[in-house]
Ligand binder design. Structure first.
Ligand code: SF4
Length: 435
């Protein structure tokens, strides 16, 4: 029996000061899904480093195989953990949203990382542990003389529980994430938004299985509020089907979901309300049609206004993200977005604002724009080969070449927009290192 530790790293130091919303802090369900797939054959535990010093994780490392889940905001910590695990003799694996685009670079730049898993890990990790040859394992990136990437395979979305999380601190009145939707249907049909790095292969769980999963988590942990992490929730008739077959004993459970303005009609709003959607992310992003069009958002400001008006019922909180510094941004368009945020937040108490810069995440169109336009010596990094980025520098570079605004001005707009919502716990940001 092989011992396995799956780790969610703490955030990078520069990210620790971002207002963290307690009810957005949730158990690491991606790792829990993998753990459920290997626990019968292996000795597995999940170490959740969120909000803890990195030593909380490194002091516990002892397994034969250590896997980490990496995001842009914890990437350096993820590498630190894998380096420590490798010094202890472990086989090391990295996965998570930051890895899809960077996998080959990671294996090139860091000899202490043995494998990278792109996309879903619940097939690749069990196969690795079973000793299958790497060339036969879907979604695996590995060394074999050169670095090779196996074909991507979207695996059926499976259910999970939290039994493998060490020191599980579950707030049962908080939203518990579920993962019934993988990929994004909008990305698959109309292409990704320019700032998004999601992989485009899409799959969705059968509605019967979704309720089965919710029933299990409800009965095991007493949770009554569930956070569907798929972007977006409005996949064809999926919400309607969920509503039609909802078991009577689960009628009281509530949902947090992601939506886009063009998907909100009187009918879809009615379904969301009947399904007890009590937290709704609505991707409004900008107060300018030309910026939205360049970003391939697929909606207009008027559609955003109408969706905001439709999504309004007692007990429901609306989450509105605003992005500054998208391609084509000027002082005037930034001001219009700010005024739109003002308008949207006026007289609306149940509101959360997410105010951010457009970050050129590796794998996004914004990053590709930077990579293609970079001139020798103009940026301290190497966008063709690096896997660690100074997001402040990268964002400033993007703004310089694709907008008419400057970093400090856009940061001021980010902060000003967050200040529109005074109540503590109702503003956050996808922030960058401010120094
Ligand atoms: S930003 Fe959201 S809606 Fe746009 S492509 Fe990405 S996941 Fe889909």
């Amino acid at each position: 029996m092989t011992s396995v530790q799956l780790v969610r790293p703490p955030f990078n130091m520069w990210y620790e000061n971002v207002p963290q919303l307690t009810d957005l802090v949730a158990p690491p369900i991606g790792l829990s899904i993998i753990a459920k797939n290997i626990r019968d054959a292996h000795d597995v535990e999940i170490i959740d480093g969120l909000g803890k010093p990195v030593s909380y994780v490194t002091d516990q490392l002892s397994a034969d195989l250590v896997g980490v889940s990496a995001l842009y905001a914890n990437y350096e910590r993820a590498l630190e953990i894998l380096e420590s695990a490798k010094q202890g003799g472990a086989t090391t694996v990295i996965g998570g949203p930051s890895v899809n685009y960077l996998a080959e670079r990671i294996l090139t730049n860091h000899s202490f990382v043995d494998y990278a898993v792109v996309g879903d890990g619940e097939v690749a990790v069990p196969a690795l542990l079973a000793g299958q040859p790497p060339e036969q394992i879907p979604n695996l990136v590995y060394r074999a003389g050169t670095i090779r990437r196996n074909p991507f395979q979207r695996v059926p979305v499976t259910a999970f529980d939290l039994e493998d999380v060490v020191d599980l601190d579950l707030q049962t009145d908080n939203f518990l994430p579920i993962s019934s939707i993988r990929g994004c249907v909008k990305a698959e049909l109309e292409g990704r938004c320019s700032y998004c790095m999601i992989d485009t292969k899409f799959s969705v769980m059968r509605p019967e299985l979704v309720w089965e999963q919710i029933g299990v988590l409800h009965d095991m942990y007493g949770v009554t509020r569930f956070w569907e992490t798929g972007d977006t929730f409005m996949v064809g008739t999926f919400p309607q089907q969920l509503l039609e077959i909802r078991p009577s004993e689960l009628e009281h459970v509530g949902f947090r979901v992601y939506t886009s303005p063009q998907q909100i009609t009187p009918e879809s709003a009615r379904i969301l309300k009947q399904l007890n959607a009590i937290d709704i992310f609505l991707g409004v992003e900008s107060g300018n049609d030309e910026i939205l069009e360049q970003a391939n958002r697929g909606h207009t400001v008027q559609q955003a206004r109408e969706a905001i008006a439709l999504l309004d019922w007692p007990g429901m909180k609306l989450h509105l993200p605003f992005i500054y510094g998208l391609p084509g941004e000027t002082r005037e368009t930034a001001e219009r977005t700010y005024r739109f945020a003002q308008e949207a937040s006026a007289d609306r108490s149940a509101l959360r604002v997410i105010s951010s810069l457009a970050l050129p995440f590796p794998g996004s169109k914004l990053f590709e724009n930077c990579r293609e336009h970079i001139a020798a010596g103009e940026h301290p990094g190497d966008l063709d080969n690096d896997d660690v980025f100074n997001y402040r520098d990268l964002t400033a570079f993007h703004l310089k070449h694709f907008t008419e605004v400057e970093l400090e001005d856009m940061l001021a707009y980010v902060d000003k927009t967050m200040a529109l919502v005074q109540s503590e716990g109702n503003v956050t940001s996808y922030d960058i290192n401010r120094e």
